[in-house]
Design a protein around this ligand. Structure first.
Ligand code: GRF
Length: 201
């Protein structure tokens, strides 16, 4: 069984989608540990409810490298094969990225490379994009810049507000993330430069 570590900072609805998919046998692996830099994160609570080890790791007063080294140690102790960022609001240091080469993924609420960074749904809405969506990508040392594994488009409607659009994008995220994680855990992705070639696609 492949083992997944999930990093969260907040509500953890994507974590929940991964947990639910694993329970249904649709993830291609199991969630081995959930780590958060926020003590009261709902994501930690969701993990505990699901019987998954939930670890709080405080980042306050620590250099990024020291904090990241602690998280890497926790993930290694739980022998994770893949690290999933799910609303984890900290930038990873190069040392963290190198500790799990090609084995860290993130979900972003826009169609990258459009609208990287914070508040991507609002960025797309303010820009007047007619289509936005969700992206799962491998994590490199940049901000939302790694090779794209999977995307789902979501139309931006005339009556949308950033909030309404966010709700529909989140629904897409919950479909997309488990599917993308499964592709990775089953070893069906090969990276060629910036391109992720998915077997059978
Ligand atoms: C999601 O919109 C995700 O795309 C972004 O952060 C948000 C996390 O939401 N990276 P949740 O904690 O999974 O509910």
């Amino acid at each position: 069984m492949k083992r997944v570590g999930v990093l969260v900072s907040g509500r953890g609805s994507n974590l929940q989608a991964l947990v639910d998919a694993a329970r249904r046998g649709e993830l291609g692996g199991e969630i081995a540990v959930v780590v958060s830099n926020v003590e009261g994160a709902l994501g930690l609570e969701r993990a505990r409810k699901a019987g998954i080890p939930a670890v709080f790791c405080d980042h306050h007063g620590k250099k990024r490298e020291a904090f990241d080294a602690e998280i890497v140690e926790i993930l290694r102790a739980h022998r994770v094969d893949l690290v999933c960022l799910a609303g984890f609001m900290r930038l990873l240091s190069p040392a963290f990225v190198r500790a799990f080469p090609g084995r860290i993924v993130n979900i972003h609420p826009a169609l990258l490379p459009a609208f990287p960074g914070l508040d991507a749904q609002r960025q797309a809405w303010e820009h007047g994009a007619k289509v936005s969506g969700a992206t799962v990508h491998l994590v490199d040392e940049g901000l939302d810049s790694g090779p794209i594994v999977a995307q789902e488009a979501v139309p931006v409607l005339s009556g949308d507000t950033p909030e309404k659009l966010s709700v529909r994008i989140l629904e897409a995220e919950h479909r997309l993330y488990p599917k993308a994680v499964r592709l990775l855990l089953e070893g069906r992705c090969r990276v060629e430069g910036r391109r992720v070639i998915v077997e059978g696609e």
